[in-house]
Ligand binder design. Structure first.
Ligand SMILES: Nc1ncnc2c1ncn2[C@@H]1O[C@H](COP(=O)(O)OP(=O)(O)O)[C@@H](O)[C@H]1O
Ligand SMILES: [Mg+2]
Length: 310
């Protein structure tokens, strides 16, 4: 059996800029694989090449052993994607929106109703099937978007940051759905470590267009979480370079990385500092720190692997 998803030396250049640089990846089996990396790392670029939305400058992308660039239709027959999905037209109901997609994708007419009902049931939106999308929360809209990927009953599902822009409740709904899809191969990008830890069995880590590691979460954690302590600090406002620099200068802090707009992951030297002292000194900056939590093993590994990329 060929790998479900395969990248061979994938490279993408935009003019002089290399967004993706010789990426090799082979993913087999049914499971959820997290594709993790900071903003701008090359996640969307990789997924767009894998699904034929853009072409690689060099290298080959294959789905179930079929080259996406030379035979897109066959390659993507059993693959569904959610990448930069436009908003569903607000006056449509989920049923109407999904019917249109069935039409566009050539789902046989006699299968459509069952496919739509099954997909909506899978994302727990059956009771909303005939209500207008305009009144839905972002999370509900995203559940309908995920349902749209299930219409063709795909073996491979590629999701680009499926929970981005959702509130915590929406995120947890999307997480539950993704977990229920692990009887297929789900390849999901995220910049949220907690999400990937919860949902995925394996993780591929990318930074500056290069794949740093692809392995089970346990192995990545065991191999790369170095010594010392790691915590994540949440701020009331966005973290800018100035704030990051101030935190970096605190005694005992050995590295800082933005995990998202409002969170900094920091490592500290446990020989110099205890966690409570670190909390005191972060609070002492009076920089709007509002949460403080011990980082997981994966976060620690991420910090060791991803150098500062703010
Ligand atoms: N169409 C484009 N033209 C020029 N640069 C681009 C284009 N698309 C993406 N990039 C750049 O390529 C890099 C990788 O982008 P992307 O794959 O979207 O990252 P990610 O999804 O990991 O945040 C970024 O630096 C981005 O600015
Ligand atoms: Mg992206």
């Amino acid at each position: 059996m060929p790998p479900s998803i395969e990248a061979q030396q994938l490279t993408k250049r935009y003019g002089q800029f290399t967004a993706l640089s010789g990426l090799d990846l082979n993913i087999h089996g049914t499971k959820c694989v997290g594709f993790l990396g900071p903003n701008g790392a090359g996640k969307t670029t990789t997924m767009k090449i894998l699904t034929g939305l853009i072409r690689a400058s060099k290298g080959t992308a294959l789905i179930n052993g079929v080259d996406v660039a030379s035979d897109k239709k066959t390659a993507l027959a059993s693959c569904a994607t959610l990448i930069e999905t436009p908003e569903i037209y607000p006056s449509l109901t989920p049923k109407e929106a999904l019917s249109m997609l069935c039409e566009i994708r050539g789902v046989p007419r006699q299968d459509r109703n069952k496919r739509i009902d099954d997909a909506l049931a899978r994302v727990k939106m059956s009771e909303w099937a005939d209500k207008k999308v305009g009144g839905f929360s972002k999370g509900m809209k995203q559940r309908v978007n995920v349902a749209s990927t299930l219409l063709s009953d795909p073996e491979v599902i590629i999701l680009d940051e499926p929970s981005s822009g959702l509130d915590p409740r929406g995120m947890s709904e999307v997480r539950d759905i993704v977990m229920s899809l692990r009887d297929r191969l789900v390849f999901m990008s995220s910049h949220l470590l907690a999400e990937v830890t919860e949902v995925c069995q394996e993780v591929a880590l990318i930074d500056h267009g290069k794949l740093l590691v692809y392995d089970t979460i346990e192995n990545v954690t065991a191999k790369f979480s170095g010594g010392g302590g790691a915590v994540e600090v949440g701020f009331a406002g966005n973290v800018d370079e100035q704030l990051r620099a101030r935190v970096s200068k605190l005694p005992g802090v050995t590295s800082t990385t933005k995990s998202n707009d409002r969170h900094l992951l920091l490592k500290y030297d446990t020989a110099v500092l205890t966690q409570d002292k670190l909390l005191e000194s972060v609070a002492g900056l009076k920089a709007g720190a509002i949460t403080f939590s011990q980082a997981s093993g994966l976060e620690d590994a991420y910090l060791s692997l991803i150098k500062e990329t703010l």
